[in-house]
Design a protein around this ligand. Structure first.
Ligand SMILES: [Ca+2]
Length: 444
């Protein structure tokens, strides 16, 4: 969860700390798992420790990793973390192989599948059935959570279902290992180091044990509702009041934490996350450019929200028109709560899937307009080509990363409008060809 925007910033700042190499005795029982230990490089790098010799890490066999670890251990110590916690979190780590790690991130479903494939998978009949059963089994927990926090139970249940199949699979990666592996190569270094220090704090205050952090996602997210360590500190709840925020094995703790997180980011009670909207014939799709208007204003433009139930008067609410499949599929009016869901995972497809699953868990009907089935989506390389072409033409699509987000869609809409095409901002193969044709045309 939380800030899964994988624009890895190279935030590494040379720390300029010179550490004295020194030999040391290994602590008994603190060695790396022999099954995962990489063979030592030749010559093996020396053991390193902080000034004063407070730390004693076994070499990982990766000099860059060992160097980063020694520097980070000193930094954590200077920040007030206890030596024993620094030692237990960082010792025995062997970095994740760079290629395996990159593949994990490249395979993030949010950015590879068409949004409707993602939504279809996310809102599968099995997940709806299981979710309804979980809501029934945990009715008392959900009653109490709904009474204390703003979001409705179906939204919390949808997050639970999406993140870990309702607690069925919480991950098998070691959070310190995956966070450290990224930090050591300078990927989102500040972010990952902050999360490592949060792990040390959680161990220090007795909230969790080192072993619990061995059950994480490949990105270091933890427990049944997949919190990053710093989010456990900031938003975690001890629902059953046993003194621990146990998001791993206690469903109440995990669900109350998720509800508290969404409340903290401003969930508005009794407002929808989105409503499906029917667009009129001849609608100007350029209005779906991220602008926010009142529902009353959208209605005046011929947009009809499909309102399965009353949320009170929605006319004054501010909403954005979202056309995830352009002119080829359903349209939505997005309300503030949609953007609160994105604080959990910053992808439109994720927030859409959570909302649609929650709607089904609440017993609402399927969308009136189906997702398209016959459109060929762009590959990631073609998406990059589209972005590069739009940038070249002066329609700013932002960074050429192959991720079709709002920036790319907005730029494509401007291009389409300039050519007198249906300006729906939807990237199809024929649209890429048009952009490339224009971008490669000789000037003048
Ligand atoms: Ca608890």
């Amino acid at each position: 969860m939380t800030i899964r925007t994988w624009q890895w910033s190279l935030a590494g700042v040379a720390m300029g700390i010179t550490l004295a190499a020194c030999g040391g005795t290994r602590m008994a029982g603190a060695g790396p798992d022999p099954a995962t230990q990489a063979p030592p490089s030749s010559p093996a790098p020396p053991l390193t420790s902080a000034p004063g010799g407070a730390f004693d890490f076994a070499s990982s066999g990766d000099a860059q990793f060992d160097s980063w670890r020694a520097q980070f251990a000193s930094k954590a110590s200077a920040a007030g973390r206890r030596t024993q916690d620094i030692q237990v979190v960082l010792d025995g780590l062997v970095p994740v192989e760079a290629t395996a790690q990159a593949q994990s991130f490249d395979n993030q479903a949010e950015f590879v599948k068409p949004i409707w494939d993602y939504a279809r998978t996310a809102v599968s009949p099995t997940r709806i059935t299981n979710g309804q059963a979980k809501l029934a089994q945990n009715a008392q927990i959900f009653d109490a959570i709904e009474a204390s926090y703003a979001p409705p139970r179906e939204i919390i249940a949808a997050i639970w279902g999406m993140e870990t199949s309702y607690g069925g699979f919480i991950g098998t990666d070691d959070a310190p290992r995956v966070l450290a592996s990224q930090a050591a190569v300078g990927r989102r270094k500040d972010f990952n180091e902050t999360e490592l220090m949060a792990i040390m704090r959680l161990i220090e205050d007795g909230s969790a044990t080192r072993d619990q952090f061995r059950k994480a996602s490949f990105a270091g997210a933890l427990g049944q509702t997949q919190f990053m360590p710093s989010s456990i500190i900031a938003y975690g709840r001890d629902f059953d009041r046993d003194g621990k925020k146990d998001l791993w094995t206690n469903a109440g703790d995990a669900l109350a934490s998720a509800a508290n997180y969404l409340s903290g980011f401003g969930w508005k009670e009794n407002q929808p996350w989105a409503l499906e909207a029917v667009t009129p014939e001849g609608f100007d799709y350029a209005n779906g450019d991220g602008r926010k208007l009142s529902v009353a204003a959208w209605k005046a433009m011929g947009i009809s929200p499909v309102t399965p139930e009353t949320f009170g008067s929605i006319d004054p609410l501010s909403a954005e028109l979202f056309l995830p499949a352009g002119s080829y599929g359903p349209a939505f009016l997005l309300f503030d709560n949609f953007f609160v869901i994105k604080r959990y995972n910053n992808a439109d497809s994720y927030a859409l899937a959570i909302g649609l699953l929650a709607d089904r868990l609440a017993g609402r009907a399927e969308m009136t307009r189906p997702w398209p089935s016959e459109i060929q989506m762009l590959t990631q390389q073609q998406a990059k080509d589209l972005q590069a072409g739009l940038n070249r033409l002066g329609f700013s699509a932002g960074s050429v990363d192959g991720i079709i987000g709002r920036g790319t869609r907005g730029a494509l809409q401007k291009f389409q409008a300039s050519k007198g095409l249906v300006a729906d901002g939807f990237p199809t193969l024929p649209m890429l060809e048009q952009v490339q044709l224009a971008a490669n045309a000789p000037p003048g």
